[in-house]
Design a protein around this ligand. Structure first.
Ligand code: NAD
Ligand code: ATP
Length: 524
């Protein structure tokens, strides 16, 4: 029975194809759902009649699908309104800025500061819409004010006062006075043009000196333990910094000397969840796995990370540990070039057809989420949707949804392309697909991908997050994945592009081949 047949009130009928395309008015959806509910109440179901029970179950599922579609539409509309609001604000700001530049006959420079009142109001007023760092930057005050809301605000602000504040800006190529005429696209003279070319290298400039450093280390490594103790001593004696380490590391340090009594640590998950309000800088000593570990400790905003290389490979760890004093000196002075590494936010929804949106707690990944066949010897059968469009059904060993930072990890091994980490996007890479034409895809950053284990699947699937936390996905379960709002800022040795190219040259010997000699056949 189709939903339109159930609509006794005679409203506009809703077809399955409309549902799939999402072109439905939420009001008519709500009415259709009401009609389903009414019919359910009118139809008495006797426990003995299996057909009727099945029938009423099916109706309930239709009702839920209708409700979900209506909710999806409403949230998309809210999001569109929010983007429109931001666009209008941005446009007004640009026009004001242009007017200002015209009247002053010149360019203002990279940063200009807003009043304290403006800072307090964030973007709330139209009267003073400028950001405190100008249009080529974003200030930590703004990020933190945007992110923290509600009753805890006062407490968090007090804590924030102890944190070093900084500005992020992006550098532009070419003539300084002609930067970023158009932010994304311009319709001004009837022509569509893209933004002026800029290197978009993000630069972090401290406004007050960093005071608190969190050091995270790879476990069970003597060289890491020795360097950690030396670094903690130096940071305290020479830089007078507050230092946090993991409880395990604090134990190791105290076993070495009672000098390390001042080192701070945490007791429970609640304290970990508040770390971002205290820590100015995170230092990692290990390989890429330690950077993944550091990122996983921050379920929200992440302080800048300085990754020292103490593993065999190091795609995300450009700093040489031998020279840590020079690097930390220079990082504490700033400005620092940073790579903003995007993360994916993944949610498992159990029995997604029956349960509403009772999703499990979201998991953030810096590399990838993998959905594979685990120990099963059957092919996976995974239905994939991008927003509301059907993408494909993965029959093979599994699927990797990767960030661009993760493009050099598992996704690369499965045949995905390597992508510069600053490119925003989601890589859709099959693992050993049982079809010759299943090439990897790269989707734009704004999409939501849903991977569903269908009811007719022969076996469950398994999801793992940055190679950890394996979770079983039974028939009917789904995994929903989209770009997280909290990237991981990692400090660059040189800049994002040089560091990325160096990592693929050194780590993978990418396209290393002896140069052909000059003597031999030639075109004339
Ligand atoms: N077949 C494969 O290539 C394969 C299989 C399983 C897991 N992995 C990767 O291992 C990651 C977990 O890393 P770990 O260190 O905790 O486990 P691990 O100790 O097993 O190391 C896995 C290897 O992946 C490398 N790696 C991690 N992130 C990388 C990145 N962004 N770019 C390039 N190489 C990277 C590490 O340097 C390490 O050499 C997973 O996120 C996954 O990407 C790869
Ligand atoms: N502080 C930590 N606590 C617990 N586990 C950690 C911590 N840091 C790293 N790990 C785990 O230890 C493993 C190895 O770490 P990492 O990749 O940094 O070192 P590695 O394997 O020696 O480096 P490489 O992969 O470059 O050879 C990873 O699986 C990582 O998740």
């Amino acid at each position: 029975m189709s939903p339109s047949q159930l609509n006794s009130a005679g409203e506009e009928s809703v077809s399955t194809s409309q549902l799939e395309n999402g072109f439905i008015d939420p009001v008519s959806l709500a009415n259709s759902e009401k009609a389903v509910q009414e019919l359910l109440q009118q139809t008495p179901v006797h426990g003995t009649d299996d057909h009727l029970i099945e029938f009423s179950e099916a109706l309930r599922t239709v009702a839920k699908a209708l409700r979900r579609a209506a909710e999806g539409k409403a949230s998309a509309q809210a999001e569109a309104a929010e983007w429109k609001r931001r666009y209008e604000l941005e446009r007004a700001r640009n026009m004001q800025q242009e007017k200002k530049e015209k009247s002053s006959g010149g360019h203002n420079g990279d940063f200009y500061s807003g009043s304290a009142e403006n800072l307090e109001n964030g973007y709330a007023t139209n009267a003073q819409p400028e950001r405190c760092c100008g249009k080529h930057g974003i200030c930590s005050h703004e990020v933190l004010f945007d992110g923290e809301a509600g009753s805890q605000t006062g407490r968090i602000q007090n804590k924030m006062m102890r944190k070093a504040s900084f500005k992020l800006s992006w550098c532009c190529k070419g003539d300084q006075s002609d930067q970023h005429k158009h932010d994304i696209v311009s319709f001004e003279k009837g022509n569509i043009t893209t933004a002026s070319r800029s290197s978009k290298q993000i630069s972090l400039k401290w406004e007050s000196p960093p005071q608190t450093v969190l050091i995270l280390t790879k476990p069970n490594s003597t060289s890491v333990r020795v360097l950690c103790a030396e670094m903690v001593r130096w940071l305290k004696e020479q830089k007078n910094l507050n230092i946090y380490v993991e409880p395990r590391v604090k134990g190791e340090l105290l076993a070495e000397s009672c000098f390390f009594k001042f080192v701070e640590t945490w007791q429970d998950d609640l304290e970990i969840s508040n770390l971002h309000t205290e820590v100015d800088l995170v230092v990692t000593l290990g390989g890429d796995g330690t950077v993944l570990w550091a990122a996983s400790m921050f379920k929200g905003p992440v302080p800048p990370i300085v990754p020292f290389s103490m593993g065999s490979l190091g795609f995300m760890t450009p700093f040489y540990s031998e020279h840590y004093r020079e690097y930390i000196d220079s990082i504490m002075k700033g400005p620092i070039s940073i790579t903003l590494r995007h993360r994916l936010q993944c949610q498992v929804i159990r029995d997604s057809a029956k349960n509403e949106y009772e999703a499990e707690e979201p998991i953030l990944v810096l590399n990838e989420v993998t959905i594979d066949r685990g120990i099963s010897s059957f092919l996976t059968n995974l239905e994939c949707y991008c927003d509301n469009s059907f993408v494909t059904c993965v029959q093979g060993d599994g699927l990797i949804l990767s960030t661009t930072s993760g493009s050099t990890a598992y996704s690369l091994a499965a045949g995905g392309s390597m992508v510069h980490p600053q490119v925003p996007g989601i890589l859709f890479t099959p693992i050993c697909p049982h079809s010759l034409s299943f090439r990897p895809l790269i989707m734009p950053e704004h999409v939501t991908i849903r991977v569903q284990v269908p009811f007719n699947s022969r076996s469950p699937a398994w999801a793992s997050f940055d190679g950890k936390d394996r979770k079983q996905l039974a028939a009917g379960d789904a995994l929903v994945c989209s770009m997280a709002p909290w990237p991981v800022p990692t400090a660059c040795l040189v800049d994002s592009t040089s560091d990325f190219l160096r990592s693929i040259h050194d780590g993978l010997h990418w396209n290393l081949r002896k140069t052909q000699s000059f003597d031999g056949p030639r075109d004339h």
